[in-house]
Design a protein around this ligand. Sequence first.
Ligand code: DC
Length: 216
Amino acid sequence: MSEKNFQIAIDGPSGAGKSTVAKAIAKKLNIEYIDTGAMYRALGLKMLNLGIPMEDGPQLHKLLEETEIDFQNGEIMLDGQVVSHLIRTPEVSMAASDCSAFPCVRKQLVAAQQKMGESKSVIMDGRDICSVVFPDAQHKYYITATDEERARRRYKELIEKGENTTFEETLAAIRERDYNDSHRAASPLKKADDAVELDTTDMTIEEVVEYICSRV
Ligand code: DC
């Protein structure tokens, strides 16, 4: 990696605003944004579409061998097709969380993420970026907010997209995913010791972006 390249690693639970913040910072600093959650979502989508049960068996290993996930012009690609518009439903969110618990899945996607951030400056968000993907990143943040606030933000997004759901359902789904993501054996969601924690419950997106940019 060139000396001038740097990595900004952002972790945190779902709905904390990581991707909105990361996108804005990428634009401001003119660096690449890599949404690692989209990669787990793409795989979750493929498993749902193929009706493959969430089991760490030969089927999952075979599926991984036959699956190509990458980004092109900011779009998430699954086996050569743009799937950005298909991966934000509550079903795919849960499938992503479920499939992300398997060590073989993490191994493959983490290796791809490390490669993407190897030769350029990037901002990457996810659950294990500070701890596993880029433990030596120059800038590490753990972005969080109360579960009610995260559910409010997610609910607003889903309604705007025309999803048929309620606030209570959204809150329950956020809590279920939090539990899943922080209780799995492989790289559970956890603040890295050296990451700066930012509770964004009472912060605007602009404030969070400003806070991080002023430190880079
Ligand atoms: O950030 P997101 O909500 O789009 O992520 C979807 C799921 O993918 C999340 O519930 C857990 C998993 N994930 C992960 O395990 N590791 C990452 N680096 C990113 C996402």
